[in-house]
Design a protein around this ligand. Structure first.
Ligand code: MN
Length: 156
């Protein structure tokens, strides 16, 4: 959707409203919330099309290459959820405590059916990650890209 009309009506030197300069693939919201529910898990959320696409990761998300984590796709959450921390009352869905474990931005580098390549700019997670879906399932694999092998010193 174009923001042309929205911008025409406003003088951004005078109003503090956002101009909406965010472009696809740049600086989208990224957050992981540690959710101590009946089972501890980590909720990975990525801003896409105005919502937070979400995955529940049963084990601690990998900060280094070589570790693959299951990430179970769950329902989209509103963008504001990225700031949520606190207690969900007993008897309610997801009852327990939610705390922000990592937060920042990400760039969408590649998007295909069942495959995402993203550049995460968080505090704990930094670098290029993949989300790859299992065939026709809600299950994905979440892992960090391997570093390129160093090539220096081979020609001596
Ligand atoms: Mn959760």
């Amino acid at each position: 959707m174009s923001l042309k009309k929205y911008r025409e009506k406003r003088n951004f030197n005078k109003t503090k409203e956002p101009r909406g300069d965010k472009k696809t693939g740049e600086d989208r919201l990224y957050v992981i919330q540690k959710h101590q529910a009946s089972h501890l898990h980590y909720d990975l959320r990525l801003e896409m099309e105005g919502v937070l696409r979400s995955w529940a990761v049963p084990k601690m998300p990998p900060t280094e290459p070589g570790i693959r984590r299951l990430a179970v796709e769950v329902e989209d959450h509103p963008l504001e959820y990225a700031n949520f921390e606190g207690a969900i009352p007993e008897g309610e869905y997801g009852a327990g405590t939610v705390e922000i474990w990592d937060k920042g931005n990400y760039a969408l580098l590649e998007r295909k059916e069942g495959k995402l390549m993203i550049d995460i700019k968080g505090q704990k997670l930094k670098g290029i990650y993949y989300l790859v879906r299992f065939k026709e399932r809600k299950n994905w694999l979440f892992f960090k890209k391997k570093r390129a092998e160093p090539t220096i010193g081979l020609n001596k």
